[in-house]
Design a protein around this ligand. Structure first.
Ligand code: DX5
Ligand code: ZN
Length: 239
């Protein structure tokens, strides 16, 4: 009958229903021991791993690429949330999807008309995400919000971990939450820790990237649970 009611729920929609998900950012992990880090996150209850791909061109830093995503895929079933901070993202969508990415998020600054790319990501079987960097007007992404399952707001300037959370991102989160489909994830990335997560959750975020906010903790599981509790409390039971 109605096609939308018979489609199985996507993993992003399931997480959106869950209210608050913490996505540890690999950038702050011990790169000499990635499998061990993944195991510690899994044991601590993580469901999503955020992987930052940087090319030294869109952002002034270089991180990891396709082989690291493929290696992670071999050792874990965690959802791999791949944040593409690269120019010409259209050239690499297929390679990252083949490597095992579960979502591919594209910066509006790298693709001013992202519709064909977001559709391509969906065709490839991954969740399409649209990102805006700190300082980019939210109006730039508004025409495309229906094409994305993930709307990602930077709360620091993209490129480096360990920066201070910028509260100006909260207005962007509020705006995106008000226009996004209810089953879309509103993701926030940068400076998320126990002192900042409540404000982000209150504004409407439900997927929280945390690099140093998780990896600097002695017990990842405890930290993940604390961050999730603070986010859910701030949302006051609303999803
Ligand atoms: C920065 C990256 C972030 C980074 C966040 O450009 O997109 O994902 O790892 O690191 P923290 O949580 O330390 O700010
Ligand atoms: Zn990121």
């Amino acid at each position: 009958m109605n096609e939308t009611t018979t489609k199985p729920e996507s993993w992003t929609a399931a997480l959106a229903r869950d209210g608050a998900t913490i996505a540890p950012s690999l950038l702050a992990a011990d790169f000499a021991n990635l499998e061990r880090e993944v195991r510690r996150l899994e044991a601590g209850g993580a469901k999503v791993l955020h992987v930052d791909v940087m090319d030294g061109r869109l952002v002034p830093n270089i991180s990891v690429g396709v082989p690291v995503v493929a290696s992670l895929r071999k050792v874990t079933d965690l959802k791999l949330d791949v944040h593409l901070m690269i120019v010409e993202p259209e050239k690499y969508l297929e390679a990252f999807r083949n490597a095992g990415a579960d979502s591919l998020s594209i910066h509006i600054e790298a693709a001013p008309n992202p519709t064909p790319l977001l559709r391509r990501v969906r065709e490839l079987g991954a969740a399409p995400g649209l990102v805006l960097d700190l300082g980019t007007p939210v109006e730039r992404v508004l025409p495309f919000v229906d094409e994305a399952d993930i709307l990602l707001t930077m709360s620091v300037q993209a490129g480096f971990g360990g920066q201070k959370f910028c509260p100006q991102a909260l207005d962007v989160v509020r705006k995106l939450r008000s226009v996004a489909r209810p089953d879309a994830l509103i993701e926030i990335d940068g400076g998320i820790d126990p002192t900042t997560i409540a404000a982000a959750a209150e504004a409407g975020a439900n997927l929280f990237v945390a690099g140093t906010g998780v990896f600097k903790a002695d017990d990842y599981g405890e930290r993940l649970a604390l961050l999730k509790r603070l986010a859910l409390e701030a949302r006051g039971g609303n999803s």
